[in-house]
Ligand binder design. Structure first.
Ligand code: ATP
Length: 235
């Protein structure tokens, strides 16, 4: 069980961006998809959450056919998406941004409990709960985006370049916080141009080039690969 993608074809209008991609994120897995600018990583996550309609192949999550679902019904399966560029609500408070992630959670006690867990993970957000989110630093805004996704209590959290625009120290912090989330049983699928960070924290990874998966393996294997070291790690 988990996420299973088979021969996925997807793109925009008549332009195919993903050419028969297959990958899996097992229950409890931590998977990274790495690749250069324009490889199709964002398109992959959008195809899973349904905001880009796939043209062929299949995406199944815990036995549910995602391609048969409109985008707004994907979160019901407890899949959360932290989009590229965060896309938080800049004029709402931190608290209201977080609560927006819990729109599907009807149980008030559960919402309060999850909020407490998010504040434990990101104490900074608790301190700044009343602050307008658009006035936070980049790192804090990324915490809001991740925290908002966690308010769903997702089984699978998908992140689009969580390290983008963050100073190296904050990249490390963000990945340590994600490791905690993963440690509590959430499956993680992330896409990254920052191959070094991705291969440091994920258990397994896929390399995507021009809409195709060209390599996959454990992060350790990929870190040791001559090709990866030259092309992506600059070693
Ligand atoms: P980046 O890291 O720069 O975001 P990426 O690997 O996530 O890159 P995508 O954003 O998925 O790549 O883009 C893959 C290809 O799809 C690119 O050639 C891009 O120009 C194209 N593309 C993305 N969005 C659209 C769109 N809305 N309409 C048409 N083409 C698009």
């Amino acid at each position: 069980m988990g996420l299973e993608i088979t021969d996925l074809q997807s793109g925009y209008g008549n332009i195919e961006v993903l050419h028969k991609i297959s990958l899996a994120v097992d229950d409890g897995d931590y998977v990274a998809v790495v690749g250069a600018n324009g490889a199709g990583k964002t398109t992959l996550l959008k195809s899973i959450s349904g905001t880009v309609r796939a043209k062929g192949g299949s995406i199944v999550f815990n036995g549910n056919d995602l391609l048969a679902r409109p985008a707004h019904k994907v979160p019901q399966l407890l899949i959360a998406h932290v989009p590229e560029g965060r896309q938080i609500f800049p004029e709402l408070s931190v608290y209201d941004n977080l609560m927006a992630g819990a729109w599907l959670v009807k149980d008030k006690d559960q919402r309060a409990q999850t909020l407490g867990e998010v504040y434990d993970l990101f104490p900074r957000l608790k301190e700044r709960s009343g602050q307008m989110a658009g006035t936070l630093s980049g790192g804090e805004q990324q915490m809001v985006a991740v925290g908002r996704a966690l308010m769903l209590r997702p089984k699978l959290i998908m992140l689009d370049e969580p390290s983008q625009g963050l100073a190296p120290k904050l990249v490390t912090e963000m990945y340590q916080q994600l490791a905690e989330v993963h440690g509590l049983g959430t499956s993680v699928l992330l896409v990254e141009q920052n191959t070094t960070a991705a291969l440091k924290y994920a258990k397994r990874a896929y390399v995507m080039e021009q809409g195709r998966i060209t390599m996959s393996g454990s992060s350790e294997e990929l870190r040791g690969s001559e090709e990866i070291r030259k092309a992506y790690l600059g070693i």
